[in-house]
Design a protein around this ligand. Structure first.
Ligand SMILES: NC(=O)CC[C@H](N)C(=O)O
Length: 278
């Protein structure tokens, strides 16, 4: 395994086109695109890594897997009154379908859907309380108490998040928002600004590898059926309008983030986290 990962890291190091960093969030625009990290966590507890696997990065939309898991735990199937579970085929921050679909987002991974999920799990609490619960949950999943939020990234997005504000206000115009919009958006930006390294992220995904149980800690996180369903959603729309292409080329449930990370699950085999900012 280590040889394979080293070979991949070597191949990547020779590539000249490293893509482009997300430039609409100023803090992310400043990240060096030449960095690369890859970690593979196995149910046996072994973790193999290559590249800068200790470097923290902004997990951004990968966090939506964790909030979705929390939301299903709190609300069960009634979550689906708030968001759909169909691919959107549109970019992550698109607003167009909302108009025709009465302010109900297609799925929990597009921005509108993720904002609706935050609104649904806030349940009258303060953003801080919700975020504390989310961080605790992710620390529990990754078995690592050092995971925190990068406040600078959250504030950077808060200052420039006109598109997400539009999505939230548009949903509110259909009566689809229960809480104060600024509170929901504040929580959403902080959720996206969670900083993790590839090793922590790969470990946090382990519960989706072994039928809902983290095989390393022995803790059941969700039922086998729910783990299978979360994987199904990741496969169908974890990469928004690029989901078909990702499924075709990679063939694994995955969730991307504009920080350049991807979490991919090989059921019964491994949880894989990769980071390449561009
Ligand atoms: N795809 C993403 O990672 C988008 C998340 C980002 N925080 C946004 O709301 O625009």
């Amino acid at each position: 395994m280590q040889d394979i990962l080293d070979e991949i890291a070597f191949d990547i190091s020779g590539m000249t086109d490293r893509g482009q960093v997300a430039d609409y969030i100023p803090e992310l625009a400043a990240v060096d695109p030449s960095q690369f990290a890859l970690s593979v966590a196995l149910p046996s507890g072994e973790v193999f890594s290559a590249g800068c696997a200790n470097q923290l990065f902004s997990i951004q939309s990968i966090s939506k897997v964790f909030t979705l898991t929390m939301a299903l735990g709190k609300l069960g199937d009634s979550l689906w009154h708030r968001v759909g579970r169909e691919p959107s085929g549109d970019p992550f921050n698109s607003i167009v379908q909302l108009e025709h679909e009465h302010g109900k987002p297609r799925n929990p991974f597009i921005n509108a859907g993720a904002i609706a999920v935050v609104d649904a799990i806030m349940m009258g609490h303060q953003p801080k309380e919700l975020l504390a619960e989310l961080i605790q949950f992710i620390r529990y999943l990754a078995h690592d108490n050092s995971i925190t939020i990068d406040e600078g990234v959250a504030l950077s997005e808060l200052a420039t998040g006109h598109r997400n504000s539009s999505l939230a206000h548009f949903m509110a115009s259909f009566g689809q928002m229960e809480h104060d919009i600024n509170c929901v958006l504040g929580a959403y930006y902080h959720q996206c600004a969670i900083a993790m390294n590839s090793e922590q992220l790969a470990k946090a995904g382990l519960f989706l590898v072994s039928q809902g149980t983290n095989a390393v800690t022995g803790k059941r996180i969700v039922s086998a059926q729910r783990a299978r369903r979360i994987n199904a959603l990741m496969l169908m729309f974890g990469h928004y309008d690029g989901s078909g292409e990702f499924a075709y080329r990679v063939g694994l449930p995955g969730k991307s983030g504009v920080g350049g990370g991807i979490l991919a699950i090989a059921p019964n085999k491994a949880s894989i986290a990769v980071w390449s900012p561009g």
